[in-house]
Write a protein that binds this ligand. Structure first.
Ligand code: NAD
Ligand code: LMR
Length: 339
């Protein structure tokens, strides 16, 4: 019954709810910022998965109530709720995966960079606690601006001598989710069967959809190419404006965060060929860059790269350069001052 209910909500969750062989390897997952707009529905989706044996909910407020509520759901994940800084260490001990949606969201007229001053410190404090309490956990960062918060987190892990580039990833899955939805709408396809790789980063011009590599293969007029690219790049702003001051994407992000988490957990359990896009340290033209990533038993096995770009896509990469490098630099500068 539960499986059929969830399959109606999100087909990407079917495999997680119905898979029984992986449940013997169930993992421990923490959500930091678990009482928030993303944190609550994300925790709900995670609670429904047999891939998870323990769900650790941490926030500076309201976690006891969220935890009590979720703990009544008849699934195997044991829910533990922690509130306030003094409970953070216990929330993190033994975790395999830590997902971080803690931080303030945008209001209309703001860029993700406008969140930097508040969210940089929140992420830095939380990742410092991860370095001390669960240094081997995979850390998935949702808090914006992702282009900078992942850099800050990486510098902190380095300073604590626990950095492993396989284990720290910025979550860009929502861009992939949106691209599949918008392209499916445009072409009359089943959105669950569409995949569009997204490279670059997670803000405006730095979100680079590779529509030429769509699966199934599709072609677009120049006008459609421009309007789809623009809509994918500004999907977050579309939601921020529609919510009119009440925050940014939460429900679609909860789905995207759950999809990303389930992929990581399945790969940790030994499933082969698991690929999700994500923003990681890179050795190419940018020191951090999102690409499709192959996940394995230790986190990111390797970047799958981005193949051959069209001239149009090369121009998008060119346009992203200044902003993405600036975001990376801002993260490095903050981390130096913080440490
Ligand atoms: P929200 O304000 O609804 O929730 C944030 C939660 O974080 C709150 O419960 C708050 O108490 C908690 N929090 C604040 N400081 C904390 C701390 N030090 N430790 C633990 N928890 C703390 O916001 P939201 O809508 O859930 O968004 C959260 C973040 O996710 C924002 O920065 C937003 O921009 C970002 N976001 C990213 C993506 C993406 O694709 N990566 C998508 C949507 C939103
Ligand atoms: C999104 O893409 O929806 C998030 O990054 C939130 C935002 O501020 O747009």
């Amino acid at each position: 019954l539960l499986g059929s209910l969830i399959s109606k909500i999100s087909p990407n969750l079917i495999r997680c709810v119905s898979s029984s062989n992986t449940s013997t390897n169930a993992k421990k997952v923490a959500v930091l910022g678990a009482s928030g707009g993303i944190g609550q529905p994300l925790s709900l989706l995670l609670k429904l998965s047999p891939l998870i044996s323990e769900l650790s909910l941490y926030d500076i407020q309201h976690t006891k109530g969220v935890g009590a509520d979720l703990s009544h759901i008849e699934t195997r994940a044991k829910v533990k709720a922690y509130v306030g800084k003094e409970e953070l260490a216990n929330a993190l001990k033994g975790m395999d995966l830590v997902v971080i949606p803690a931080g303030i969201p945008r209001k209309p007229g703001m860029t993700r960079d406008d969140l930097f001053n508040t969210n940089a410190t929140i992420v830095a404090d939380l990742v410092t606690a991860c370095a001390k309490n669960c240094p081997r956990a995979i850390i998935a960062i949702i808090a914006n601006p992702v282009n900078s918060t992942v850099v800050i987190a990486s510098e902190i892990l380095k300073a604590h001598n626990v950095y492993d580039e396989k284990r720290i990833v910025g979550v860009t899955t929502l861009d992939v989710v949106r691209a599949a939805t918008f392209v499916a709408e445009n072409k009359g396809l089943d959105p669950t069967k569409v995949n569009i790789p997204i490279i670059g980063g997670h803000s405006g011009n730095t979100i680079i959809p590779l529509l030429s590599q769509a699966s199934p293969p599709v072609t677009f007029s120049q006008q459609d190419l421009d309007s789809l690219t623009n809509r994918i790049q500004n999907g977050g702003t579309e939601v921020v404006n529609a919510k009119a001051g009440a925050g940014s994407a939460t429900l679609s992000m909860a789905h995207a965060g759950a999809r990303f988490s389930f992929s990581v957990l399945e790969a940790l359990n030994g499933k082969e060929g698991v690929v999700e896009c994500g923003y990681i340290a890179s050795k190419g033209d940018f020191s951090y860059f999102a690409t499709p990533l192959l996940f394995g038993r230790n986190g990111v096995e390797k970047s799958m790269g981005f193949g051959k770009l069209t001239d149009y896509e090369k121009t998008l990469v060119e346009k992203a350069k200044k902003e993405l490098n600036g975001n990376i630099e801002a993260g490095l500068t903050f981390a130096k001052q913080y440490l």
